[in-house]
Ligand binder design. Structure first.
Ligand code: ATP
Ligand code: MG
Length: 559
């Protein structure tokens, strides 16, 4: 990690290396391929890869594909792409399913040790027997099956002799344990489902809680970093490693999840938004997915820097989305060309400018980074300005165009509004203005000052473009707390809070020097903010610009 700030995981790793408990650091990032990665995953990626990097260690990308019902190749491909795009290289690419055979053997080993048994209770009965936080559980009548019978039944489960749900394999630990996770957790279930990797080879699949520690141990993972919801599972994690007599013993360490305002994050909820058509796929720019942020115009470094700033701790807070936006602004400030674009065009005719004449003006590409040079922009008798930059009856302190008022056109001249043209409905459709040739930008004119500077695009050379402006998908101030925490028990679910106006599509114009923009090119449009060329909807004829973020924010980084 570039930030060499310390955190509790780093401290543990340092101690382990210094004491000789470990001679290297091996971590893993273990997504389940049941959805696209989101910025919460980015946190886990930065922590796992970042810590290993810092200690010259290694990180595996391992797909936790133990639930064939929900998993898919599309997700595997997108996850690989996203991890690479974020700037990380994995040591080994692994799948939990690579280890199904070994896991099966370990389960058999547990049965032989009298530490696992086949249970015929239904899922519902198992839940009933489990007890509660205050009451101990009840032992299953099948708990006392002999080793021979268990071995035989487990083999027959594998052979496909039973239907889904008919039997499970359970660990034999302690039905009275104060930790419910230790009350004979299920290790294997039957599911006659084709698996994306192993096809129809298996009809029994290991449960995550059994599979995960084995995967870590097999791969020699030293520090198995996960989020705090797994804290109560740590004793089970250790039980599996120990009872399966794994040679290597990984250590599970939990850190707090990342949540951000104005959205939901869990894959289940994101999937619902995608499947029910609230958004334009997993890469919709309104989603906190890595692919959505990429399409919106976020850069890998902005995401990494943001995640690092959120830190590593045991608690999971809700971080203001404005902080994420701060980092992309910082990243684009010096690198993205400035330009002018009109999002809601209003035509202006400059009546005293010679008909047919076009002059090419010089404009800096980025005043904060002069090395980027200058660009040429045409000026003539007809231009477009923003509808919002004209008011027929302005309030006080409105310094833009209104009848009789003079403004500066960025990079060009002062113009004065002389006449307002309306259509038959009374809508303003055109302004007639005059310009003052003495006021040309860059000539050092000091004769008089104007209070407003507006942007514009010359009409005959203007290139049509589409602009997409985004608002939060779920407005934080409208939900009662974080939308993430709403569940079925609440009066409204997060779906009820989806903002119907989260996307605004506008047809406008851009400067002619932008005719050949390519997907992912990023610009700062004067007064409008940073935009990214959308890779999905742009065409040869018409680029589509996603607004990444507006220019101003009251956000300040906490010191
Ligand atoms: P979700 O609840 O969004 O589906 P998950 O935890 O089920 O997330 P996995 O694919 O199992 O998703 O996660 C892979 C890794 O990413 C896990 O180690 C998990 O702890 C971590 N992770 C997931 N969400 C977050 C988050 N919001 N903040 C930090 N780490 C996260
Ligand atoms: Mg999960």
């Amino acid at each position: 990690m570039e930030h060499n700030s310390s955190n509790f995981i780093k401290t543990i790793i340092k101690e382990d290396l210094e004491s000789g408990k470990r001679d290297q650091v091996i971590t893993r990032f273990p997504p389940e391929p049941n959805g696209y990665l989101h910025i919460g995953h980015a946190k886990s990626i930065v922590i796992n890869f970042g810590l290993a990097d810092e200690f010259n260690g290694k990180t595996n990308l391992r797909f936790d594909d133990t639930n064939p019902l929900k998993e898919d190749e599309e997700f595997v491909a997108s996850i690989k792409e996203d991890v690479k795009w974020l700037g990380y290289e994995w040591e080994n690419l692994r799948f939990a399913s690579d280890y199904f055979e070994e896991m099966y053997d370990r389960a058999v080993q547990l049965i032989k040790k009298g530490k696992a048994y086949v249970d015929d209770l239904t899922g519902e009965q198992i839940r009933e027997y489990r007890g509660t936080l205050t009451e101990p559980g009840k032992e299953s009548p099948f708990r006392s099956r002999s080793v021979e019978e268990n071995l035989d039944l487990f083999q027959r489960m594998r052979n496909g002799e039973f239907a889904d749900g008919e039997k499970v394999l359970r660990a034999k630990i302690d039905m009275a344990s104060p930790n419910i996770n230790l009350r004979d957790p299920v290790l294997y279930r039957i599911s006659h489902t084709t698996h994306h990797n192993t096809g129809d080879k298996w009809c029994i699949y290991p449960m995550y809680a059994f599979a995960h520690p084995l995967e870590d141990a097999i791969e020699g993972v030293t520090h198995s970093l996960c989020t705090t919801e797994f804290e109560d599972q740590r004793p089970l994690y250790n039980w599996v490693v120990e009872e399966c007599e794994m040679e290597h013993q990984p250590q599970q360490i939990e850190f707090g999840r990342l949540n951000i305002t104005n959205t939901v994050m869990s894959k289940r909820k994101l999937k619902q938004l995608v499947d029910e058509g609230f958004v334009d796929g997993w890469d919709d720019p309104r989603l906190p997915t890595i692919s959505g942020l990429r399409r919106k115009g976020y850069t890998p470094s902005a995401i990494r820097e943001f995640v690092k700033e959120t830190g590593v701790s045991k608690s999971s807070g809700v971080v203001d989305e404005a902080m994420l936006e701060h980092f992309v602004r910082e990243d684009l400030k010096l690198t993205s060309p400035r330009t002018m674009g009109i999002l809601k065009p209003l035509k202006v005719v400059i009546t005293n400018y010679p008909e047919g004449q076009v002059e090419w003006l010089d404009a800096e590409i980025n005043p904060e980074n002069p090395d980027m040079g200058t660009r040429k922009i045409p000026f003539s008798r007809e231009i477009y300005v923003e509808q919002e930059d004209f008011m027929e009856n302005p309030p006080k302190k409105y310094f833009r165009l209104f009848p009789g008022n003079e403004v500066r056109l960025k990079h060009a001249y002062f113009i004065k509004c002389e006449e307002v043209i309306k259509d038959e409905h009374g809508e303003v459709i055109e302004l007639r203005c005059t310009y003052d040739p003495e006021t040309k930008s860059g000539t050092g004119f000091t004769g008089r000052k104007v209070k407003g500077t507006i942007h514009w695009v010359e009409a005959s050379h203007a290139v049509p473009a589409e602009f997409r402006l985004y608002e939060p998908l779920i407005k934080q101030e409208e939900t009662d707390g974080n939308a993430e925490e709403l569940d079925e028990a609440d009066e409204k679910t997060f779906i009820d809070y989806v903002n119907k106006n989260s996307l605004e599509v506008l047809q406008g114009f851009i400067e002619p020097n932008m005719e050949d923009v390519q997907p992912y090119d990023k610009f700062q449009f004067f007064r409008h903010g940073y935009f990214n060329v959308d890779p999905k909807h742009s065409t040869e004829e018409k680029p589509v610009f996603n607004r990444i973020v507006s220019l101003k924010s009251s956000f300040k980084l906490p010191k």
